[in-house]
Ligand binder design. Structure first.
Ligand SMILES: [Zn+2]
Length: 377
């Protein structure tokens, strides 16, 4: 069964209700994370409908936010590889930091790309997408990410981090017309913003034990990735951003959905080796999203360290392995092992087969790994 069929089937079969209701209130967010982990199902709505209701409650004036002027700061952030998503996402100045960053990236490609790298075919495809509806979609997705106080790692800052890295890689990638078609460029932005929405903050093995309903719903495969994928595709459809009289064709929309689905599902690290082996032109999009998901390893040391500590904190919090481990402790041996097993091979594939490499992620990550190796006791 293909990935899309599996998701469609899962949607059809969805009888179990997943309590996914988020709010800006920190305490409520914490409670919701707990509730999801405990499998409480008080709602009678489907989980996608719950998101829609939350979106309605919290929708901001899109006329105010869609103006290009208001995204100038986000554009500046996009061009800075030293981007610190925690600082950016924690700023109280603006609502919807993730949706705004996503739209700033969209606007760059709607203009054909960056500087001399502009591509007319990208510009033409992006012109077929309804910007205002896409912005609403991005806001509805943002409701699926908790604040930085509710979860240490899989929060709105991680969403921003991955959208940012995806943008950086894509600006490299689109200089080679043969590597990435315009629809895949768009699909990757969508996959990036949606890839961890409604992440429970634990690994899939823990999720499978805690939530039998989700385990059954997705046949035990890539559980959190499947949830994010299903929500992203459903909200994209409901937004109507792609469907208009002069918009994308049905087959183009099907292509977008396929790239979004396969890219999001490829971020499941338990399938890392088989995904890397499938490294062909067709799955260039998957390598891009996998790399963006791990991109903090290639950020400046101080930014990378924030992510390392966040990952350790989340692991301690949710996997009950915290016994005897003090807060702030990092197992550097494990970090180096993780980087050598998952991160460096992914970046090597990216720089070798996909990216022209104006952001040399492999080299940057190697430097971080060597520094971490020195800390092994
Ligand atoms: Zn992620």
């Amino acid at each position: 069964m293909c990935v899309l069929c599996a998701i469609v089937n899962a949607l059809e079969k969805a009888k179990k209700k997943i309590p996914l209701s988020f709010s800006n209130a920190k305490e409520e967010e914490k409670k919701n994370v707990e509730e999801r982990l405990n499998g409480n199902t008080s709602s009678s709505l489907s989980f996608v409908d719950e998101i829609i209701n939350e979106k309605k409650k919290k929708r901001v004036d899109t006329n105010k936010n869609v103006s290009k002027e208001s995204l100038e700061e986000e554009l500046k952030e996009l061009r800075n590889w030293s981007f610190d998503a925690f600082t950016y996402a924690s700023s109280k100045d603006k609502e919807f930091p993730l949706a705004r960053l996503f739209m700033a990236a969209f606007d760059v490609f709607a203009n054909g790309g960056v500087g001399e790298r502009k591509r007319e075919d990208v510009k033409e495809i992006f012109a077929l997408i309804n910007r205002e509806k896409l912005f609403e979609f991005a806001q509805s997705i943002e409701h699926g990410y908790v604040g930085v106080d509710a979860l240490p790692y899989h929060n709105v800052a991680h969403g921003c981090e991955v959208v940012h890295a995806t943008f950086a890689i894509l600006t490299d990638v689109i200089t080679e017309e043969t590597v990435m078609d315009p629809l895949s460029v768009f699909s990757l932005l969508v996959a990036a913003i949606g890839h961890d929405c409604y992440h429970p903050g634990c690994d899939n093995a823990t999720l499978a034990k805690d939530r039998v309903d989700i385990k059954r719903r997705y046949n035990g495969q890539s559980l959190s990735e499947m949830v994010s994928c299903e929500v992203t595709l459903e909200l994209l459809r409901r937004s109507g951003a792609l469907q208009s009289d002069d918009g994308l064709t049905t087959s183009q929309i099907a292509f977008v959905e396929d790239v979004v689905a396969t890219s999001i599902l490829s971020t499941d690290l338990s399938k890392h080796e088989e995904n890397l082996k499938k490294n062909t032109a067709e799955n260039a999009a998957q390598i891009v999203l996998k790399s963006a998901d791990l991109a903090h390893f290639a950020r400046p040391r101080e930014v990378h360290l924030k992510w390392v500590h966040a990952a350790m904190d989340e692991q301690r919090r949710n996997t009950k392995r915290q016994v005897g481990v003090k807060d702030g402790h990092v197992d550097w041996k494990n970090q180096v092992f993780f980087a050598e097993t998952f991160v460096l091979p992914t970046f090597a594939t990216l720089s070798g087969n996909v990216s022209v490499g104006s952001t040399p992620m492999y080299e940057y990550a190697k430097t971080n790994v060597e520094k971490s190796r020195e800390l092994i006791v």
